[in-house]
Design a protein around this ligand. Sequence first.
Ligand SMILES: Nc1ncnc2c1ncn2[C@@H]1O[C@H](COP(=O)(O)OP(=O)(O)OP(=O)(O)O)[C@@H](O)[C@H]1O
Ligand SMILES: [Mg+2]
Length: 357
Amino acid sequence: MRLFAFLKDVVDCLVIKMGNEMKKKNNDRLLSGSISVENAVSVTGLKKSFKNVAVLKDIDFNIQKGTVVALLGPNGAGKTTTVHILSTLLLPDSGIIKINNFDVVKEVDKVRSVIGLTGQYAALDEYLTGRENLQMIGRLYRLSYKDIDRRTDELLELFDLVHASNRAVKTYSGGMRRRLDLAVSLIASPPILFLDEPTTGLDPQSRLIMWDIIKQLVSRGTTILLTTQDMDEADHLAHKIIVMNGGKIIAEGTSEELKLRVGSERLEITVINDIDFERATKIIREDNLRTDKTSRKISFATKGGVRQLKQVLSQLDEANIEVENISFHSPTLDDVFLTLTGHLTNAEGENNKVGLS
Ligand SMILES: Nc1ncnc2c1ncn2[C@@H]1O[C@H](COP(=O)(O)OP(=O)(O)OP(=O)(O)O)[C@@H](O)[C@H]1O
Ligand SMILES: [Mg+2]
């Protein structure tokens, strides 16, 4: 069942707010607060427990209008629970949550009138065609027939589904379903959109198509909260990333800021001889060193680029330690988590501890 059937009269003009292209510079100014902006979402002191198990532990964050925020976290971090509370599907235990200044507990209908949701799992009628799914939701939103036809055509075109529009959804691929699911949540042009893991399970090409669509929506002024387990996705799409783990926010910032905490890249060095491994880990005196004795790999966050590389290599050389391989790689979600929490990402967060020197 589509959950936002009750959305009434959402106006297109709200969507086209910030012009065609939000320049990065402008966003940075917005995010740094140098000009005053309104929040589309504001969350203060959000707590939620299920049967005495706390799953959201005092969450605070804001989303400025016209920006994309990514909630990044592993399984069980509390992303979906947060999205469900923000979209009025679940009541918070405590906290003040406002969407376009409407209270999610006291002004449910008003909140629902300004939001769209694409849930973590597709909510489509398998036996209807793509076009019929869109039309059905348009009618539930009480749009006029003229508007339904116009929006249906626009969305089928935007999501590259025109060729399949008259086929039952049960014949669609995973990527097509995901695209249609997102299209359906946009039928009433909501100014605020919640996307719960919009690209999980998509192949790389479908993921890129979805990213493009999300970017187009943002360029038209839509405010988006998306959840993801993928650092790369957050990096590409979000103006601000909120890292969640175990029901708490453990870091918040632009992707640049977060990467700086992790190191813009990681440098991985493999030594040739087993016997040199322990010595090498002592010689390389970097923060957040990660070591793997079996593969003789040592990695750490780089902040000094080539100069730092030269320094480390000359230290190893002076100690007569031979290096088999050197490689750089971009920070992954695991790197962020390692740096922030000292353990690798996993569902409940505690079984995967690794030593940090
Ligand atoms: N209805 C519920 N009853 C009991 N526990 C729940 C319920 N919904 C969620 N939880 C628990 O709350 C925690 C957070 O779940 P949530 O679905 O918000 O995580 P998530 O970050 O979205 O994870 P995923 O990446 O797997 O989707 C988990 O430990 C989960 O088991
Ligand atoms: Mg989830």
